[in-house]
Design a binder for this molecule. Structure first.
Ligand code: C2E
Ligand code: MG
Ligand code: MG
Ligand code: MG
Length: 291
């Protein structure tokens, strides 16, 4: 009887896997068309200083304007693109588009903070520095205007190769940020060898601030360590004033999150910058008196 009672579950499971595979295939083929049809675009999310409240950077984030499904987030299509190798084309497109946009803002007379672009592990090959140099030249953008966000997942290529590529990029004048810090492996062992200027604390550790003791301890440890290594610290996914206050008091440099702004289309980011929009910072004295 054990055998027969398992059958429905097995049937269900394989049906579900079948659905998943179909969905995957659909996204893959539609994604190829998306590139050709110009359905991809970049949104920009400001990074703000926890000292001045000013916008001091932006992160470019991919979006897919699907003709039927509407705006699709990268959480849905990046994993598919990673698996199929399409991420190379997608990622190169994002770099190209960000540089085109930076040039346009520059031509419009805007004072632009650096714009960060995300890189997947597969893009991080020995040809990357040359591809970056070519894109920058094509759009007449200086390397100081661009930052690259990378994750520890690129270590699949082997630490020596990866560090070599990083050093080449830094020698070109590009700044590197380590994204999603704390969620990968071997963080501490490699951190001191990576020529990165910025550390981004993953949202997973920001969510629980200031109430979860463990999150507070992790955030404190990351900030202390980054300060010792003279790296800028950006907290991701900051949504509440309590989180902001906690991070500011820790000595965190920048914040990125819905508290200030969601990722927005280029025109909206440009407007925010033009208006000189600022984050309303808490009063340090009032805060100190409370603790
Ligand atoms: P990420 O690089 O860690 O980007 C931060 C993500 O957190 C973004 O999600 C952003 O919209 C979201 N976020 C920011 N502030 C908040 C907040 O206060 N609350 C919440 N709940 N979320 C917040 P998004 O845009 O969906 O992107 C997801 C991931 O997709 C990115 O994570 C990045 O790993 C990847 N990605 C996006 N664009 C590209 C790209 O051009 N190339 C590559 N290779 N990956 C990309
Ligand atoms: Mg990122
Ligand atoms: Mg991140
Ligand atoms: Mg992330």
């Amino acid at each position: 009887r054990a055998g027969t009672s398992m059958e429905p579950a097995l049937l269900f499971f394989s049906e579900e896997m079948n659905q998943h595979a179909k969905e995957h295939l659909r996204i893959e083929s539609e994604l190829r068309d998306a590139l050709a049809n110009g359905e991809l675009l970049l949104y920009y999310q400001p990074k703000v200083s926890l000292r001045s409240g000013r916008i001091v950077g932006a992160e470019a984030l991919l979006r897919w304007r699907h003709p039927v499904r509407g705006l699709v987030s990268p959480g849905v299509f990046i994993p598919v693109a990673e698996e199929t190798g399409l991420i190379m084309e997608l990622g190169d497109w994002a770099i190209e588009e960000a540089c085109r946009q930076i040039r346009q803002w520059h031509d419009a007379g805007l004072e632009m903070p650096p714009v960060a672009v995300n890189l997947s592990a597969r893009q991080f090959d020995t040809g990357l520095p040359q591809r970056m140099a070519a894109v920058l030249e094509r759009h007449d953008v200086s390397p100081e205007q661009v930052m690259l966000e990378i994750t520890e997942s690129l270590l699949v290529r082997g630490a020596d190769t990866v560090i070599g590529i990083m050093n080449d990029l830094v020698a070109m004048g590009l700044a590197l940020a380590l994204d999603d810090f704390g969620t990968g492996y071997s963080s501490l062992a490699y951190l001191k060898k990576f020529p990165i200027s910025t550390l981004k604390i993953d949202r997973a550790f920001v969510i629980g601030l200031p109430h979860e003791e463990n999150d507070c301890a992790i955030a404190r440890a990351i900030v202390t360590m980054a300060q010792q290594m003279r790296q800028e610290i950006v907290a991701e996914g900051v949504e509440t004033e309590d989180q902001m206050t906690f991070l500011r008091d820790l000595g965190c440099d920048q914040l990125q999150g819905y508290l200030f702004s969601q990722p927005v289309p280029a025109v909206d980011f440009q407007r925010m910058l033009g208006e000189g929009r600022r984050l309303a910072l808490p009063h340090p004295h009032a805060e100190r008196a409370r603790t």
